[in-house]
Design a protein around this ligand. Structure first.
Ligand code: SF4
Length: 332
C-alpha cells in the first residue's frame, strides 16, 4: 500500500530484498519467533489446564493490551501468559543462540524490528526485556526509508530470508490477524494433547473481524472454551467478566487494535476502509494456506533450536530468555 500497490498483496520477498539493499547484514523472519512463542505458550496452557493452574490464560504478545491491562486490571496479574512476544523472543534468541552460533559478540549486534505497531517501541524499552531488541521501526517508517534510499520497491526481485531464523510455518504467519494466535496455539495444543495428527488445521470458528468472538473447540474428550477480543473496549468487557468470576474460558486472545496487527498503528493509514482490513487478513490466510508447514511445532528450525539450545518448552533456559512478568502501573 505504501508503494501505491493494491492492498492485500504479500510482498515479503520484496521487503527482504529492500532491507538488504538498505544495508542490513541479516534479514530474518519474525514469524519464526511467532512459532517459538506458540511452543512456549501452548506448553504453558497445557500445564495450566493439566495441573490446575490459573485459567483463563490470556495471550501476551500484544504490548498495547499488556500496557492497558497493567494500568486497569492489575488485580489480575497472574492471568496473562508469561511468554514474551515474538519480537522480544526473536531478539533474545538472536543475542544468545544465534550470536554464539555465528561467533558474534552480542555487544556488537544491533537488532532492528520492523513492526506494524507503535507499542512495540515501548515494549522493546521495558526494563525487563533486557535490550533484546535495540531499535523498532514501523511499517510506515521502513517504507519511508526505502523511498528515501531511492529503491524502486515494486521492481525488486523476491529474496529469501537469511537462515537460521528465517523459516516459519503458516501458524506463525497468521499472528497478524485477530484470532491468529489462538488458531496457531490450537494447532499445536491439539496434537500435543491427543498425540494425533490434526488433518484440518483451519479453525474457522476463531476467524472473523467481530470485536468479541467465542468458540468451543473439541480436543478429543476435552472441551476448550476460547474467546477472542480485538480493540481495547472489547478487551475491557472480557477482563471485567474474568474479574467478576463470570468467565469460564480456558484461553483468551486479546489484541489492542481492531482486527489485530493488520490494523496496527504503524501500518499504512486506511482511514476506516474496513474492506482493506479484509484484504490484509485474506493475504495472511492465503500465505498460511500456501506454506509447506502450517504448525509451529513442525518448523525444522524450531525443532533444531530446542535440540541444540533450549531443551524443551518452558525449560529453565527458555524461562530465562523467553518469559517475562508484569507490574501494576498505578501502584508505583
Ligand atoms: Fe501492536 Fe496493535 Fe498488534 Fe497489539 S494489535 S501488537 S498494539 S499492532
Amino acid at each position: 500500500e505504501s508503494f501505491d500497490d493494491d492492498s492485500g498483496q504479500a510482498v515479503t520477498g520484496k521487503m527482504v530484498a529492500a532491507l538488504r539493499s538498505l544495508g542490513f547484514d541479516g534479514v530474518f523472519d519474525t514469524d519464526f519467533a511467532a512459532d517459538l512463542t506458540i511452543m512456549e505458550e501452548a506448553a504453558e496452557l497445557m500445564n495450566r489446564i493439566q495441573n490446575g493452574g490459573r485459567l483463563p490464560m490470556l495471550t501476551s504478545c500484544c504490548p498495547g493490551w499488556i500496557n492497558f491491562f497493567e494500568h486497569e486490571f492489575a488485580d489480575l496479574l497472574d492471568v496473562p501468559s508469561s511468554c514474551k512476544s515474538p519480537q522480544q523472543m526473536f531478539g533474545a534468541i538472536a543475542k544468545s543462540y544465534y550470536a554464539k552460533k555465528m561467533n558474534i559478540d552480542p555487544k556488537n549486534m544491533v537488532v532492528v524490528s520492523v513492526m506494524p505497531c507503535l507499542a512495540k517501541k515501548y515494549e522493546a524499552a521495558r526494563a525487563e526485556m533486557h535490550s533484546d531488541v535495540d531499535i523498532v521501526i514501523s511499517t510506515r517508517e521502513v517504507a519511508k526509508m526505502i523511498k528515501e534510499a531511492g529503491i524502486h520497491f515494486n521492481s525488486l526481485q523476491d529474496e529469501d530470508f537469511d537462515n537460521f531464523m528465517g523459516e516459519s510455518s503458516g501458524a506463525g504467519v497468521i499472528f497478524g490477524v485477530t484470532g491468529g494466535v489462538m488458531e496457531a496455539a490450537l494447532r499445536t495444543a491439539y496434537e500435543w494433547i491427543t498425540s494425533e495428527t490434526l488433518d484440518n488445521v483451519d479453525f474457522n470458528l476463531v476467524r472473523g473481524l467481530d470485536g468479541i468472538r467465542e468458540a468451543t473447540i473439541q480436543i478429543k474428550d476435552m472441551e476448550v472454551k476460547a474467546a477472542i477480543a480485538s480493540g481495547l473496549g472489547n478487551a475491557r468487557t472480557l477482563l471485567t467478566k474474568i474479574r467478576n468470576g463470570e468467565a469460564d474460558y480456558q484461553i483468551i486472545e486479546i489484541m489492542a487494535c481492531p482486527g489485530g496487527c493488520i490494523d496496527g498503528g504503524g501500518q499504512p493509514y486506511m482511514h476506516g476502509h474496513y474492506e482493506i482490513l479484509d484484504r490484509r487478513a485474506n493475504a495472511l490466510y492465503e500465505e498460511d494456506r500456501n506454506k509447506a508447514i502450517r504448525k509451529s511445532h513442525e518448523n525444522p528450525s524450531i525443532i533444531k533450536l530446542y535440540e541444540e539450545f533450549l531443551d524443551k518448552p518452558n525449560s529453565p533456559i527458555a524461562h530465562e530468555l523467553l518469559h517475562t512478568h508484569y507490574h501494576c502501573k498505578e501502584c508505583d
